[in-house]
Design a protein around this ligand. Structure first.
Ligand code: ATP
Length: 320
């Protein structure tokens, strides 16, 4: 007896991969034994520098390319085997939307909708109107798409992805190339969609973007998964850097070293270092006991960037 192919229903994970691997024909190992778990309802940031394997992973998840090893389940069904059942439940925006510049925003969406054989022509106008409304393009709907800003084009692409109700939205670098205003618009749209109950999986090479919009993240580095979890957990994984401001930097550095602070750097009246585990208040007390005049004492907030650097031992390439 064989299992029905699309029957695996995992309520908590919208995407789940085990050992997912892609080696391109030229021999390039783009994704190396990836175990990814995307919880339902999350805004999941898929983070990594350029070339770390994000797009390749997304293409495998959507059944656009075949893995060379491992398995992927999306919405409970194996991919690429269940692509026909699964893809209609996913809205995807990859490499910018294909738009006709000479058509209006509304006419572009009407075309998209007409290309969907399951879409009822009788309700097409209403559906397109709702999608335009949702991405904030109702007022500009009659303008030719070529007059749209990049951010508006991206929102129109999102509207196309949202013509039908979706359980999962997959966005590959959705703010790439946008100006700050365009980025803000896309980010707030992502938050709204998440509020509507859609799981959002978005790739990005921008750490602050992930911190601003995502509940969860996975970090890729050279085709391998470095870590995954909630954004709060990932940031907490790296301890913050201790900073002491004092007119007695030499004494402060000595006392901190005696109390287990490592990698001490003195710059004028500021002494920084990596604190040992435990309550940093004990370090402050030790400084004061030793007669060090402490003017400021703090742990710098740890960012996802710090976490990335401490996990990979490398800086994050934020070029582009
Ligand atoms: N069709 C292909 N044939 C051969 N190698 C490829 C192909 N597509 C991607 N690669 C290589 O696989 C690796 C991962 O690329 P991928 O595009 O998945 O990374 P990425 O994290 O999405 O980066 P970017 O943000 O630059 O798109 C890179 O070294 C890339 O050169």
């Amino acid at each position: 007896m064989s299992e029905p192919t699309a029957a695996r229903d995992d309520d908590s994970a919208v995407i789940s991969t085990r050992g997912l691997t892609k080696r391109y024909r030229g021999g390039q190992l783009a994704v190396d034994a990836l175990d990814l778990t995307v919880p339902r309802g999350s805004v999941f940031g898929f983070l990594g520098p350029n070339g770390s394997g994000k797009t390749t992973t997304i293409r495998m998840l959507l059944g656009l390319i075949e893995p060379t090893g491992g398995t992927a389940h999306v919405l409970g069904a194996p991919m690429p085997g269940s692509v026909r059942q699964v893809l209609p439940r996913i809205g995807a925006l990859i490499e910018g939307p294909a738009l006709y510049g000479f058509l209006s925003g509304r006419d572009n969406l009407l075309r998209y909708d007409a290309a969907d054989p399951t879409a009822d022509p009788g309700t097409r106008g209403a559906r397109v109107g709702r999608a335009l409304e949702r991405v904030g393009l109702s007022a500009a709907a009659g303008r030719k798409a070529r007059t749209y800003s990049l951010g508006m084009k991206q929102r129109l692409g999102l509207a196309a992805a949202l013509l039908q109700p979706r359980e999962l939205l997959v966005l590959d670098e959705p703010t790439n190339g946008l100006d700050p205003q365009g980025m803000r618009e896309i980010r707030s749209l992502v938050r709204e969609l998440s509020g509507d109950g859609i799981t959002v999986f978005l790739s990005s090479h921008l750490l602050d973007e992930i911190e601003q919009v995502c509940t969860h993240a996975a970090v890729m580095h050279r085709g391998r998964l470095v870590t995954q979890g909630t954004v709060a957990e990932l940031s907490a994984g790296a301890r913050g850097r201790l900073t002491v401001t004092t007119p007695d930097p030499g004494d402060a550095a000595r006392v901190l070293k005696e109390h287990g602070v490592t990698d001490l750097v003195t710059d004028g009246e500021e002494v920084t270092g990596d604190p040992p585990p435990g309550d940093p208040a004990a370090l402050n007390a030790a400084l004061v006991r030793s007669g060090v005049r402490v003017r400021a004492f703090g742990l710098r907030r740890v960012s996802l960037e710090d976490a990335f650097v401490s996990l990979t031992g490398e800086g994050f390439d934020v070029a582009g």
